[in-house]
Write a protein that binds this ligand. Structure first.
Ligand code: SAM
Length: 241
């Protein structure tokens, strides 16, 4: 079963994802004419930020969700620099081998249960010398939230995910022929100030599959409104020939 992404709700909430995306984009040293792939592009918020740094570049969004792709298309409607393609990141990517200068991905790789292929698909897409920067849920992500879900007797909250650690990711990067620059886990606990926003956030982003009563129980166990995110932050380079 896959997540039923709700683009309008997704863009209306004050998500920590926005900060994660800004960090990923800020780390690129663009000249302004690069071809960038946004893997798991969602509604295109991060692509929009990246576009402001690519006046002569191009962005190709890849996403498996039709509703997210429609939202992406609407955001960039009429902009010839940006396109979006249907893609499962776990399968070969629909871009020409060795054709892209950079790959970014924000809050998407952890939805792929087995990470053994996705890094090589990215490496295949990159030109020699190309850079990949990724943010994803990492080892230890949402441990407290998952324990609260367990405590209320609910089934696992999301269909499938994998929060990878540093050693595992280093192994995948090397197997894909990518040179690691940074592979780190970062604790990013996120506090919600407002009860209503917190409830809406739990409902639409992380606790899709719980009943309303179970969600209220989880919210009362986590009454400090702190969501215990741990991010896996990666930068790697495809070596020049
Ligand atoms: C949490 S959203 C992040 C979207 C965007 N990167 C952002 O930060 O706002 C995760 C996105 O990854 C996409 N996704 C998840 N698994 C995928 C897969 N195997 N292949 C392609 N896209 C995937 C979802 O459809 C969704 O749009």
């Amino acid at each position: 079963m896959s997540v039923n992404w709700q683009p309008v709700q997704y863009d209306s909430l004050p998500l920590p994802h926005e900060k994660w995306g800004a960090r990923v984009v800020a780390g690129f040293e663009f000249s302004g004419s690069e071809i960038l792939v946004d893997a798991g592009c969602g509604t295109g918020r991060d692509a929009q930020l990246a576009l402001s740094r690519l006046p002569e570049g191009n962005i190709i969004g890849l996403d498996a969700s039709p509703s997210m792709r429609v939202a992406f298309q609407q955001r960039f409607s009429g902009d010839g620099q940006v396109s979006v393609l249907a893609a499962n990141l776990d399968e070969p990517w629909p871009v020409t081998d060795g054709s892209v200068d950079a790959v970014m991905s924000v809050a998407a790789f952890h939805w792929i249960p087995d990470h053994s292929r996705v890094w090589s698909h990215a490496a295949t897409a990159l030109k020699p010398g190309g850079v990949i920067r990724v943010d994803a849920g990492g080892a230890g992500n949402l441990t407290r939230l998952l324990a609260a879900v367990d405590e209320v007797g609910a089934t696992p909250l999301l269909p499938s995910w994998h929060y990878a650690g540093v050693d595992e990711t280093l192994g995948h990067l090397r197997a894909a022929g990518l040179e690691p620059v940074t592979v780190e886990l970062r604790q990013t606990p996120t506090q919600f100030d407002d009860d209503l926003v917190y409830a809406d956030y739990l409902r639409s982003i992380v606790l899709h599959r719980l009943t309303e009563i179970q969600r209220m129980q989880v919210a009362s166990i986590m009454a400090d409104r702190v969501v215990d995110y741990v991010r896996l932050e990666v930068e790697a380079v495809k070596p020049s020939d």
